[in-house]
Design a protein around this ligand. Sequence first.
Ligand code: ATP
Ligand code: LTN
Length: 332
Amino acid sequence: MENTKKRSFSAIQPSGTITLGNYLGAIRNWVNMQDDFECIFAIADLHTITVRQEPSALRKHSIELLAMLLAAGIDPEKSLLFCQSHVHQHAELAWVLNCYTQMGELSRMTQFKDKSAKHANNINAGLFTYPTLMAADILLYKADVVPVGEDQKQHLELSRDIAGRFNSTYSDTFVLPEPYIIKSGARVMSLQNPTSKMSKSDENVNGFIALTDDEDTIIRKFKRAVTDSETTVEYREGKYGINNLLNIYSAVTGKTVIEAAKEFSGKGYGDFKLAVGEAVAAHLKPIQERYKDYIGNKDYIVSVYTKSAGIASKIAESTLRKVYKKVGFLQK
Ligand code: ATP
Ligand code: LTN
């Protein structure tokens, strides 16, 4: 029977310990999509070296991330899961796409502006061309949809622009990918600075919940979460800290933010923060238990990413060949 499912591609960087933001904004949706889409997932290790990494830490984060994705419910029987650096076509297509992307387009990317401000001593060319590598990731597999958090929307729009430009210069080659953003959890904010997003590379560990944090740590971090000087739990413009906690509570309990706010009306911030911490810890517990099994079984992880990379590479090669032919390279 012909496969009529739409194809989905997404990736995540092994740049640190995966956070509640990554989970609620992206990974949880990846897990839920596996029956309805043909899913391809990658560890974006090529992207990660745009910020200087300790090699041993990068290896450790990559294995931990793979174990966590399996624990969260990525099923290698249904989906592909591999390392970007193992499929060389990503870097090759990225080079071609660089030649169809304008400096002006790349300089408008907010992630580039944020990251170059944060890493002012290492504003390398890779950081600048990060979005063309991301476009290559997606376009190689002719993905219809790309499940990401809100922060990646701009990169996706650029991927569509690059794909459209290539198609109209030559002929239909790439599928124009659609972002697939699920509202609940799409933008989890830092617990210490609720106007900026929760990020795994945050130097302040109290700003994020790592998926491996134990219950006590989770509750402690929520207790310390920055809120405001008022006393009522309500969802309202300007109450950034409380809104963030209500969003998180809603995302892990399935209640709406309005229901959640009602549940805590008349209660103090202390009770509310404790309840959010407990709900998050309970939600993560089964994932953490499965994680312990996977991280102890490195051979299994290696077998998963090796097999997936082999399959991915065949799909990627077929797209790359077409691109090389269209731009006018001699055929091998
Ligand atoms: P870094 O801190 O190294 O930039 P990151 O934590 O932002 O990393 P990425 O690997 O860049 O994470 O992103 C992986 C996925 O998680 C992406 O789909 C991204 O949109 C999503 N994501 C990241 N942070 C959040 C957040 N705070 N809320 C919701 N989704 C998020
Ligand atoms: N830049 C993404 C990670 C990423 C990605 C991709 C996401 C790399 N390649 C392709 C979707 C599709 C991020 O989440 N920061």
